[in-house]
Design a protein around this ligand. Structure first.
Ligand SMILES: COC(=O)C(/C=C/C1=C(C)CCCC1(C)C)=C/O[C@H]1C=C(C)C(=O)O1
Ligand SMILES: O=C(O)CCC(=O)C(=O)O
Ligand SMILES: [Fe+2]
Length: 377
């Protein structure tokens, strides 16, 4: 069953719509959005080279050419094996990579960006026909707000369950712009195929059977979240999206054309901006893959920052196991040097735990951790 948390006693206070704030009071940042000094982001701008933290890294996030995997799918093909190794290295060292030549129609990617932008530009009353109620994760608004004291993200989102069908709330699917809902469907079908294929190659790269994850995950849960980050007069004071790892197995992120850099990942203790690569999709390993590989592949912590001059749109797909499945580290990844780090649990329970807590780095994963004195994560 889909976890549908209705926490009726939640008191979250008034949540300003950030798109409206930017429209009506462009220079104002309500106190609820101003982060404590220790939580403020590092912002990189073209004129602010001293803060460019990529200098600490001799290379950028890995780029995987999907066509080298899909079009050379004979396992003794050198091109295939070389890209499979690149993929495995990206998963192990970064937990993030960009995919090019992914087979998703570029026109479909453009259409979903255009319609999503149109949706966010509708009058507030129209968008509020699909409200994300406190304690829930579907509809339009702000997610993961559980108290009046909690700082708010500089972001509005539209989030919807895609699969299984019974997790959907049809009342929350926008009727305007007219073609948005059917485009979300078409896009989600394509992204689902990409996730299935990526999991096949990730499995092969780990020395597993190609259908290992497919069998393990059952009828996968899929959700879409479209994030809109309006420009902000003081991006150094606010957070676009709080630091977190994703509760999914895999996440696929499309950064809209023309959007400024906004996504940052925590790499070797430093926040590193992810540059936009035309037509590429950003993929990240979620908590599920960290658990089943016993931490060999880790879900990377990431966040989004706002930009002073430009709005930013991202389209995010979460692909996760069925709520029914029980998960835990696979025996292949446990030995005397790699003791079992996670307990077995039901993924529906994990989802519920994830969505009923605020985003706080990798804290959600503590749900599954076995606390031992010697465990190093
Ligand atoms: C705002 O929502 C999220 O950020 C989010 C929620 C995803 C979901 C829906 C919108 C409806 C169906 C359930 C589900 C929880 C997948 C994040 O999703 C992460 C968290 C978990 C767990 C996951 O699988 O992806
Ligand atoms: O907008 C982004 O770049 C990050 C989005 C994200 O991390 C998420 O929606 O989980
Ligand atoms: Fe994320």
């Amino acid at each position: 069953m889909a976890p549908v948390p209705i926490i009726s006693s939640l008191k979250v206070g008034h949540i300003d719509d950030v798109i409206e704030l930017r429209k009506t009071k462009p220079g104002t940042i309500p106190q609820r959005f101003v982060r404590d000094i220790t939580e403020r982001p590092t912002i990189t701008t073209p004129n602010n080279k001293s803060l460019i933290i990529t200098n600490h890294h001799h290379h950028h996030m890995p780029i995987i050419d999907f066509s080298k995997l899909s079009k050379h799918n004979t396992h003794d093909d050198e091109i295939f094996l070389h890209e499979l190794l690149n993929l495995a290295t990206a998963c192990e060292n970064w937990g993030f990579f960009q995919v090019v030549n992914h087979d998703i129609d570029l026109n479909l990617m453009e259409r979903i960006e255009k319609m999503s932008n149109e949706f966010f530009m509708l009058p507030l009353e129209e968008k509020q026909k699909y409200p994300m109620l406190p304690g829930t994760v579907q509809g339009y608004g702000q997610a993961f707000v559980f108290s009046e004291e909690q700082k708010l993200d500089w972001c509005n989102m539209l989030a919807l369950a895609i699969q299984p069908q019974h997790a959907r709330n049809p009342n929350l699917w926008p009727k305007k712009p007219e073609k948005l809902s059917e485009t979300l469907e078409e896009y989600s079908r394509e992204v689902r195929k990409l996730c299935e294929n990526l999991l096949k190659y990730i499995g092969l790269g780990l020395g597993l059977k190609e259908d290992e994850f497919k069998k393990m995950f059952g009828e996968a849960v899929q959700a879409i979240r479209v994030n809109y980050y309006p420009a902000c007069s003081r991006p150094d004071l606010v957070m676009g999206l709080s630091p977190h790892s994703d509760g999914s197995a895999l996440t696929v992120l499309q950064q809209a054309k023309g959007s400024p850099v906004g996504l940052q990942i925590l790499k070797d203790g430093l926040w590193m901006p992810v540059h936009t690569l035309p037509n590429a999709l950003v993929i990240n390993i979620g908590d599920t893959i960290e658990v089943v590989t016993n931490g060999k592949y880790k879900s990377a912590e990431h966040r989004a920052v706002a930009n002073e001059n430009k709005d930013r749109l991202s389209i995010v797909t979460f692909y996760a196991p069925s709520y029914e499945v029980e998960l835990g580290p696979m025996p292949e990844f446990i030995d005397e040097n790699h003791p079992c780090k996670f307990r077995r649990y039901n993924h529906g329970d994990y989802s519920k735990h994830y969505i009923t807590n605020r985003l706080q780095g990798k804290k959600a994963l503590e749900f599954a951790k076995i606390q031992t004195k010697n465990a190093s994560f």
